[in-house]
Design a protein around this ligand. Structure first.
Ligand SMILES: *[C@@H]1O[C@H](CO)[C@@H](O)[C@H](O)[C@H]1NC(C)=O
Ligand SMILES: *[C@@H]1O[C@H](CO)[C@@H](O)[C@H](O)[C@H]1NC(C)=O
Ligand SMILES: *[C@@H]1O[C@H](CO)[C@@H](O)[C@H](O)[C@H]1NC(C)=O
Ligand SMILES: *[C@@H]1O[C@H](CO)[C@@H](O)[C@H](O)[C@H]1NC(C)=O
Ligand SMILES: *[C@@H]1O[C@H](CO)[C@@H](O)[C@H](O)[C@H]1NC(C)=O
Ligand SMILES: *[C@@H]1O[C@H](CO)[C@@H](O)[C@H](O)[C@H]1NC(C)=O
Ligand SMILES: *[C@@H]1O[C@H](CO)[C@@H](O)[C@H](O)[C@H]1NC(C)=O
Ligand SMILES: *[C@@H]1O[C@H](CO)[C@@H](O)[C@H](O)[C@H]1NC(C)=O
Ligand SMILES: *[C@@H]1O[C@H](CO)[C@@H](O)[C@H](O)[C@H]1NC(C)=O
Ligand SMILES: *[C@@H]1O[C@H](CO)[C@@H](O)[C@H](O)[C@H]1NC(C)=O
Length: 497
């Protein structure tokens, strides 16, 4: 082949390569698209169960060898009716594949579910009041693939009935108290108190036997996920930042309540003592440092609320007794909901590797009013024992938001809500955008070969600390173009001395 022929070939190759390499945006698709999700090498994410409209928080247990997963919901799929389903999903032989599922019952805003022994505890609304109920002997219904027809009993009806930030998560503390949040009934407002003595913008513990409520924290705008550090037992919780002061402020937060912090009994006429940990709402927020899509480690800097504390004269946001700084700024409008510390166990071989012990997984529901969108992913974070020192903070699962650097083609198709460690040590993720649960598995022998599978290729770095994959493709194409051009030029010069 002559030089001209070679040059032509190079040009054809160049054209072909730019067509292929210019990283065609993923075409917009609706509905469940698990093939678009990316997790680190060795991990695999796949649909565990779909057909669960508005799937929210997850609680799982094993009964007589069967794995039962309960899932709360946010109401009807069209968003018009707050009455929604509580689902059960049964994997009879616990082989990781559900055998049947159904609706346990329907109530108003059944967001929070948590198993306690033979019962399920459930949050919701009735007669304008915020409730927690007990569903006794619930597993026998789920295992028979039947709706719950027993009598649910009231654990408390003392919670406010406000729907704004009223989707309540329930979790048991290591010492057996039920913890829940009472979000502010507004975008940003002062923390009023109900006639029952319950303060908005607070975390409470509930003794499910006596009904006693104790305030654990104040100044919390809307926490929809929490867990206790496996080593220190300290409570960590996500908090969603306010809206309408900008695309890049304030940050959502991961917070920590130090061990042995004060608590106070909630009763009519109660006040909140200054010793209760205060996280600053509505006076103080936080602004993370660095890239909004991949914040630097740490709390960032305090941000004064422009309406309630414009000059910092109302509250000193640098004073930790008035505004406890977050463990980690989670980015603006990312909407962190469920969070879980991973608890590694030698009794669940085939689960996640040991180095994930103590890693926090945080589900970002994603922004609703930011342009461009942000979040829509599962982040992982490592925090040192009993301190605020974060040593790792990066995406674990992403892909619900596509083409995010391409304004003409960006789209979302799902919204992660909760993360739950299953009894077999694997991770379950809920998505109220598609009404699905995903299961994340790990297989060490796939660590090297994983790049060949779209479902297991390493985390799409476009929202993470590394280079955007789209940009990398463009750079690769550009590099190749330069190289091809040089070859052609050299060729032309050679043939025309
Ligand atoms: C990932 O999981 C799905 C569903 O179980 C399976 O079909 C697929 O083969 C798995 N991929 C790898 C690389 O193991
Ligand atoms: C579990 O098995 C025992 C023994 O067969 C039985 O008595 C019990 O009812 C089962 N539990 C449920 C929830 O079905
Ligand atoms: C529910 O309560 C009613 C009325 O007290 C009673 O007749 C019925 O047996 C109860 N059902 C169950 C499953 O306990
Ligand atoms: C709940 O209250 C009862 C009665 O006061 C008490 O005996 C029990 O220890 C409390 N439970 C927890 C988990 O603190
Ligand atoms: C809080 O209480 C004040 C005074 O009673 C009232 O004006 C305000 O509307 C209340 N805020 C909310 C969010 O209920
Ligand atoms: C973390 O704290 C626990 C309990 O306080 C302690 O047993 C463990 O040694 C600590 N680990 C590290 C790495 O500091
Ligand atoms: C904030 O400072 C400005 C300028 O010093 C002042 O005009 C304003 O009254 C202050 N606002 C508050 C709420 O203190
Ligand atoms: C605000 O609090 C910080 C930390 O306690 C303190 O150093 C600073 O002096 C306080 N500022 C004012 C104006 O009181
Ligand atoms: C796509 O980009 C445009 C321009 O930045 C933005 O307005 C829009 O919200 C983005 N959509 C998504 C899904 O991110
Ligand atoms: C892990 O992957 C290897 C290689 O693909 C496969 O042979 C093995 O069956 C997988 N193990 C499990 C538990 O899926």
């Amino acid at each position: 082949m002559g030089c001209t022929g070679f040059a032509v070939l190079q040009l054809l190759l160049l054209l072909w390569s730019s067509a292929v390499q210019a990283a065609e945006p993923v075409p917009e698709v609706k509905g469940l698209q698990p093939q678009l999700l990316t997790v680190p090498p060795g991990f695999n994410i796949s649909v565990y169960q779909d057909g669960l409209p508005k799937a929210r928080t997850i609680s799982a247990t094993v009964v007589n060898g069967s794995t039962i997963v309960y899932v709360g919901s946010a109401g009807s799929d069209d968003g018009k009716n707050p009455v929604g389903n509580v689902y059960y999903i049964v994997d009879e032989d616990s082989d990781g594949v559900p055998d049947f599922s159904g609706t346990l019952l329907r109530i108003d805003t059944p967001n929070g579910v948590v198993v306690q022994g033979s019962d399920l505890l459930l949050s919701g609304f009735e007669d304008g009041k915020g409730m927690v109920w007990r569903l006794p002997d619930v597993h026998s219904y789920a295992l028979r693939n039947e709706p719950f027809t027993g009598n649910k009993s009231v654990i408390t009806d003392r919670l406010p009935g406000d729907r704004w930030h009223g989707r309540r998560v329930l979790r048991f503390s290591p010492d057996g108290l039920l913890v829940l949040a009472v979000g502010v009934p507004c975008n940003v407002c002062k923390l009023n108190r109900t006639a029952q003595g319950i303060q908005f913008g607070s975390l409470y513990s509930l003794n499910v036997t006596s009904g006693e409520l104790r305030q654990l924290a104040t100044g919390v705008r809307n926490s929809v996920g929490f867990d206790w550090h496996p080593k220190t037992g300290e409570l960590y919780f996500t908090d969603n930042g306010r809206d309408k002061i900008g695309n890049d402020v304030p940050d959502c937060e991961l917070n920590r309540i130090p061990a042995n912090s004060a608590t106070v009994l909630a009763r009519p006429g109660a006040t909140t003592p200054a010793s209760i940990p205060n996280f600053g709402h509505p006076y103080c927020h936080t602004e993370g440092l660095g890239d909004p899509y991949a914040r630097d480690f740490g709390a960032g800097k305090p941000l004064l609320d422009p309406e309630f504390n414009p000059n910092g004269t109302v509250v000193n946001c640098s004073d930790p007794t008035l505004n406890r700084q977050p463990v980690q700024a989670l980015g603006p409008h990312t909407a962190p909901l469920g969070m879980r510390f991973y608890r590694w166990s030698k009794n669940t071989p085939g689960a996640f590797p040991r180095e994930y012990d103590g890693t926090a997984f945080i589900a970002e529901h994603g922004s609703w009013n930011r342009a461009p969108k942000i979040g829509y992913r599962i982040m992982m974070l490592r925090v040192a024992n009993g301190t605020n020192a974060v040593s790792d903070y990066e995406p674990f699962a992403s892909g619900w938001l596509q083409n995010e650097n391409d304004n003409a083609h960006n789209f979302t198709w799902g919204r992660p809500v909760d993360v739950e460690q299953m009894p077999d040590g694997l991770l379950l993720i809920s998505d109220d955008g598609t009404g699905a649960l995903y299961r994340v598995t790990y297989n060490a022998s796939n660590v090297d070969s994983s790049s060949s599978s779209s479902a297991t290729r390493s985390v799409s770095a476009s929202q993470g600390p590394a280079q955007p994959s789209g940009a990398a493709a463009v750079r690769a194409a550009a590099g190749f173009a330069w190289w091809a051009l040089l070859v052609v030029l050299a060729c032309v010069m050679h043939s025309n001395p």
